[in-house]
Design a protein around this ligand. Structure first.
Ligand code: ADP
Ligand code: MG
Length: 240
């Protein structure tokens, strides 16, 4: 469902992504890890067409992202995104944050959007906080709202960019539990994270990127137990 072939990207020199090759099947969960500055966020942004790449090809559901005929806005409706710092609108309530995209993009009525939004607020454990503004919510609660905001669009794919890096341990567990249940429900997930418990439980493939290059990828056993490269071994030593 997502095929990335020989993708290269640069802002100047050096390259930020070098010959990236990844295939992500429908219903898979893929974890991307690697040091800061290695290109993880850039790769996610390329997958949903926020960033252009100079070489190679990314195909999502049979549609090429570099094809000028591709309607990126339409494609992006199928791809939810969750960020490290939540990116909620501060002047809107939790409910309004979740309703805004379906109202603006799918032309839903306010009534329909609010009714549906409550379903997703309940799903992420935030049903009783619908009227709270982000500033009144903890980080973990804000991230729950951000996940609800992604889910209401009923995306086939959700991209998570270090969704728990800004959270305390208790909140981390709550968010990971939601992500694990999404993964098990068959959502296609691409997640930048260093939470290896999550990777162990649900990842079909773990990709280790360093300096814009995929150094290793494999399922949990292959990646953790039979790690091949010294760079991946060193990295794992640091994060475990
Ligand atoms: P990661 O998410 O792995 O920490 P990023 O994808 O954010 O890494 O960044 C990869 C590299 O690209 C870094 O060296 C970063 O400085 C650079 N970079 C990211 N965004 C931009 C940009 N908009 N303009 C120039 N350089 C950028
Ligand atoms: Mg990043």
């Amino acid at each position: 469902m997502i095929t990335i072939t020989d993708v290269c990207k640069w802002y100047g020199k050096p390259e930020v992504l070098k010959n990236i090759n990844v295939t992500i099947e429908r219903n898979q969960t893929v974890v991307i890890c690697g040091p800061s500055g290695s290109g993880k966020s850039t790769l996610l942004r390329c997958i949903n067409g926020i960033e252009k790449y100079q070489k190679g090809e990314i195909i999502v559901n049979g549609i090429s992202l570099n094809d000028p005929k591709t309607d990126l806005y339409k494609l992006r409706r199928n791809i939810g995104m969750v960020f490290q710092h939540f990116a909620l609108y501060p002047h809107m309530t939790a409910l309004q944050n979740i309703c805004i995209a379906p109202i603006k993009v799918l032309n839903w009525s306010k009534h329909k959007a609010e009714k549906e939004a409550m379903v997703f607020l309940e799903q992420v454990g935030m049903g009783s906080n619908a009227q709270a503004h982000p500033a009144e919510l903890s980080g973990g609660q804000q991230q729950r709202v951000a996940i609800g905001r992604a889910l209401i669009m009923k995306p086939q794919i959700v991209l998570f960019d270090e969704p728990t890096s800004a959270l305390d341990p208790e909140a981390i567990k709550g968010i990971l539990d939601i992500m694990i249940s999404l993964a098990k429900s068959g959502m296609t997930i691409v997640c930048v994270t260093h939470e290896m418990g999550f990777a162990k439980e649900v990842a079909d493939n773990i990709i280790f990127i360093d300096k814009g290059e995929i150094i290793e990828q494999g399922a949990y056993e292959e990646f953790f137990i039979n790690t091949k490269t010294d760079r991946a071994k060193d990295f794992l030593k640091q994060i475990l």
